[in-house]
Design a binder for this molecule. Structure first.
Ligand code: NAD
Length: 477
């Protein structure tokens, strides 16, 4: 059993594997190097895929109850190590304790619920003459590729359904947040047969090798829309199955009948949870002109009370930006707003000499609709507030994006909230709530926010082939 020491190894064929070449892992709150992790070469990937192919022969035919028990056991192991995982998560990802709890305990709970799911045969026909069933058979070897914002939860969203449906999986975490995932692999060495679950670490090249690998049957990918397009092109060669969970530019629409103080807290956390490094963060806030000034001022007051700092400090609300390239990218958006003369309702004053990659909570007051801060995905703690007056117009503006991941509508008049919500083109539309997820709820993106979905029975089906099996009962009689 792993003891969460500072040694990081890959898990290939049930065994710990180190490499001569390593990559540095950083604490984003201090910029310190906190560990070295294996940097896999192509042979390591080949070994992992070969072990998964071997394991698939028996795992794909293992009884459902055994596969369900394995998924449940992964959840129990995460729960048993929750304290170590949460501390490590804060250290490598930067998120404060509350966010680490949400992610780690959520991952354990997810496994417990996915472990109860199944895809029994569908009986299409069962007459005296014929029977027709649809069977959901596993695909083979899944390559899971995850980003740095929710490293464990988004890995579990792939590992649990893959294993439950009888597949084997090779997971590659982001090079920026490999630590928790490598430890998860180590823990699972005692739980799963060798090869059912491999974890390998390396740079972006490793992801490219996976998407091109002939021995991988499906890629389950979460990351940028532009990376998703590379994945899709590369996966075309052997027609891999794909689930792509990509970027977002989620609008929130605020109606004129809201109480500014009440909505301020909802909008704040809807926007800045995980330091706004969240695919489903509110990224554009459309506020009705009647309440615009009051909602803006209430949001600014609420935000001023929130401490940005090291996630390891108990009073920190928002941690650092997770990595240096992302820190530079968010700074670019701040600079762009300043250069264009947009009004900062809050923030914008970045201390470039800070100990870690910290960005102050930043709110831009009614910039033009075609500004970069409105049309792009900054993936950091800067958000534009936008005024609206006409319902059809705000719906058009909310939908006027290449993305379609999430959206929310807020107001006391439920009928209006529902009417607007039903016209928003997004995979999840939250009405008077936000960021409610469930293992039973399909999650995915419209337009360039993705292909397919995760979670629910629809998500499970994405790890299977549909086989139609017919029987002519009358034949030969
Ligand atoms: P990213 O696309 O840079 O990297 C994601 C993963 O892909 C990493 O593991 C990376 O090493 C790997 N990778 C990079 N280039 C690759 C390539 N050419 N082929 C294969 N793999 C490659 O994304 P990121 O910066 O880690 O994450 C942030 C992005 O992820 C944001 O756009 C965010 O909206 C999106 N995201 C989406 C969801 C969702 O569920 N829709 C959830 C979280 C994050």
């Amino acid at each position: 059993m792993t003891d969460f020491n500072n040694q990081y190894v890959m898990t290939i064929d049930g065994k710990s594997v180190a490499t001569n070449k390593t990559l540095d892992a950083f604490n984003p709150a201090t910029k310190d190097i906190i560990a070295n992790v294996p940097d896999a070469d192509k042979e390591h990937l080949d070994d992992a895929v070969a072990s998964s192919r071997r394991a698939f022969k028996t795992w794909s035919t293992a009884p459902l109850a055994e596969r369900q028990a394995a998924v449940a056991a992964i959840g129990e192991a995460i729960a048993d190590h929750a304290e170590e995982f949460m501390a490590l998560m804060t250290k490598e990802q930067g998120k404060p304790r509350a966010g680490a709890e949400w992610e780690i305990l959520g991952s354990a709970a997810w496994c417990a619920e996915i472990a109860k799911q199944s895809l029994p045969d569908e009986v299409v026909e069962d007459s005296d003459d014929r029977s027709v069933i649809t069977r959901f058979s596993p695909l083979g070897v899944v390559g899971g590729i995850t980003p740095w914002n929710f490293p464990i939860l988004l890995a579990i969203w792939k590992i649990a359904p893959a294993i439950l449906t009888g597949n084997c999986i090779v997971i590659k975490p982001s090079p920026y947040t490999p630590l928790c995932t490598l430890k998860l692999g180590e823990i699972c060495q005692d739980i799963l047969p060798p090869g059912v679950f491999n974890v390998i670490s390396g740079g972006d090249e490793l992801g490219k090798w996976m998407t091109a690998h002939e021995g991988i049957d499906k890629i389950a990918f979460t990351g940028h829309t532009d990376t998703g397009k590379h994945v899709m092109r590369s996966a075309a060669d052997n027609l891999k199955r794909l689930t792509l969970e990509l970027g977002g530019n989620d609008p929130a629409i605020v109606l004129p009948d809201v109480d500014p103080q009440t909505i301020a807290a909802e909008l704040f956390w809807g926007t800045y949870q995980n330091n706004a490094q969240f695919c489903n963060s509110i990224k554009r806030i459309y506020i009705h002109e009647d309440v615009y000034d009051n909602v803006r001022d209430a949001l600014v007051e609420f935000a001023k009370e929130m401490k940005v700092g090291n996630g390891a400090d108990a009073d920190t609300a928002l941690g650092p930006i997770q990595n240096q390239p992302q820190y530079e990218k968010v700074n670019e958006y701040i600079d762009d707003c300043a250069a264009n003369g947009y009004t900062f309702a809050l923030g914008g004053d970045v201390d470039k000499n800070a100990e870690g990659w910290f960005i102050p909570i930043t709110i831009i007051d009614n910039p033009p609709e075609d500004s970069r801060i409105v049309t792009e995905e900054p993936f950091g703690p800067i958000v534009p507030l936008l005024k609206w007056s006409d319902e059809d117009d705000v719906i058009k503006r909310a939908n006027d994006t290449r993305y379609g991941l999430g959206a929310s509508v807020w107001g006391n008049d439920t009928e209006t909230v529902q009417r607007i919500g039903s016209q928003l083109d997004a995979g999840t539309v939250w009405l008077n709530e936000i960021h409610q997820y469930s293992p039973y709820q399909a999650f995915g993106g419209h337009k360039q926010s993705g292909i397919g979905c995760e979670n629910s029975l629809h998500g499970l089906m994405e790890y299977t082939n549909w086989s139609t099996i017919t029987l002519n009962k009358a034949w030969g009689k």
